[in-house]
Design a protein around this ligand. Structure first.
Ligand code: 3EB
Length: 373
């Protein structure tokens, strides 16, 4: 693969990069200086691509509409710190857009399944996209991501966000999420990646019919620490009743010695062990999810050897299956989080039909409080 870089990554920038996550309005983004933009790694819109020039920075969208607010906001990933230099990747024969500094890489890829040639007969209509097209699109996406990471030597995928249209719909007798899991696992294996243990934090949500598959990710040069939740079966060990091939993700990932945003909590739901609990009760599902995130934070703090992370230091994204549940979810969260907490609510299908809500989070520390890391 041939990669063009605007400038080579310099090694003296190592360990000075501070990752920052902000949720900004269009006006805030428009008012930022050229110097500020230089340090942007990537921008993610929600319901649609934000109207930003994508030639300098990867711009993508999860295609999940925002709930409970009308202003368009974006998720902005930036690095700060003296001497940090960013470069763009524009690999040929590859759909991944990416931008990186010495320590960290942001990338995104979108693929429209409907435009892929598959072995089966072309169906023509949007609703009839077949299993083969989804399997193939997922495999291509992951293979191209791993190719980029090998090329730039940001070998450690730390966090990956997966959005697929109609995640719960059946295609050729299997749920599309389960097909995605099969293709994801196959792609990990084919690229020589571990499929248990050192696997990225992740989420997988459904977007509206007709959306492209949209995947974005962060990768690091240094090996991160993956954390599992003592209350939950590791997803890569889920029993086969949840699909022939297990999902490949860790419950959380912590970046070593990094200041700034360095904790990534995967999409978390009302699952204890491997079973969904509180069927049909969105308030109870929300509370159980927060108990899960609390237990995970305790485990992160135990592993890093200091009480660095707490619920009120996190930024949240909350995926809501039924918009009419928004009030109940907000009510439940207001009891466990301070009112100043950053929470973005998004409308999305969750990857088990019985899950009504899924919550992900990111956390930061100043690095100086680091214990054993
Ligand atoms: C769960 O705990 C809920 O397939 O990448 C959460 C995070 C979930 C990531 C994924 C799925 C994924 O199983 C669903």
């Amino acid at each position: 693969m041939t990669t063009t870089r605007s400038s080579p990554a310099t090694s003296e920038a190592a360990s000075t990069a501070v990752l920052q996550l902000d949720y900004l309005s269009s006006e805030e983004i428009a008012s930022r200086s050229a110097a500020w933009w230089q340090n942007v790694l990537g921008v993610v819109g929600f319901e649609k691509l934000p109207p930003i020039d994508g030639s300098a920075v990867p711009i993508t969208a999860s295609m999940t509409p925002r709930l409970g607010a009308n202003d368009a906001i974006c998720e902005v990933w930036r690095v700060a710190g003296p001497g940090v230099q960013l470069s763009n990747g524009a690999a040929q024969h590859c759909r991944v857009r990416y931008r990186f500094c010495e320590d960290l890489l942001f990338g995104s890829i979108t693929i429209d399944e409907r435009l892929l040639e598959t072995g089966g007969a072309a169906r023509g209509d949007a609703a009839g996209v077949d299993a083969g097209a989804l399997l193939r699109a997922t495999e291509i996406a992951y293979q191209e991501i791993f190719d980029v990471l090998r090329e730039t030597e940001h070998r450690h995928l730390i966090r990956i966000w997966n959005y697929l249209p109609e995640i719960n719909r059946e295609a050729d007798g299997d749920e599309r999420y389960r097909l995605f899991n099969s293709a994801r696992q196959l792609a990990f294996r084919k690229s020589g990646q571990a499929t248990v243990g050192t696997v990225p934090a992740a989420c997988a949500l459904g977007s509206p019919a007709g959306s492209p598959i949209s995947i974005y990710f962060l990768a690091a040069r240094q090996r991160p620490t993956m954390i599992e939740n003592p209350r939950q079966t590791s997803a890569y060990y889920y029993p086969p009743k949840f699909g022939r091939h297990s999902p490949i993700f860790s419950r959380a990932c912590v970046l070593h010695e990094a200041a700034g945003t360095n904790l990534f909590v995967s999409g978390t739901a009302s699952i204890v062990g491997h079973e969904t609990i509180h069927h049909g009760d969105v308030g109870a599902q929300t509370r159980e999810t927060m108990v899960n995130i609390g237990a995970l934070l305790d485990e992160v703090n135990r592993v890093v050897g200091s009480a660095r992370y707490s619920l009120d230091g996190l930024k949240f994204k909350v995926y809501v299956r039924q918009p009419s549940d928004l009030g109940a979810i907000e009510g439940a969260l207001s009891r466990s989080l301070p009112s100043s907490t950053s929470i973005v609510y998004l409308r999305a299908d969750v990857c088990r039909e019985d899950l009504l809500v899924e919550i992900e989070a990111t956390g930061e520390s100043d690095g100086r409080a680091a214990g054993v890391l």
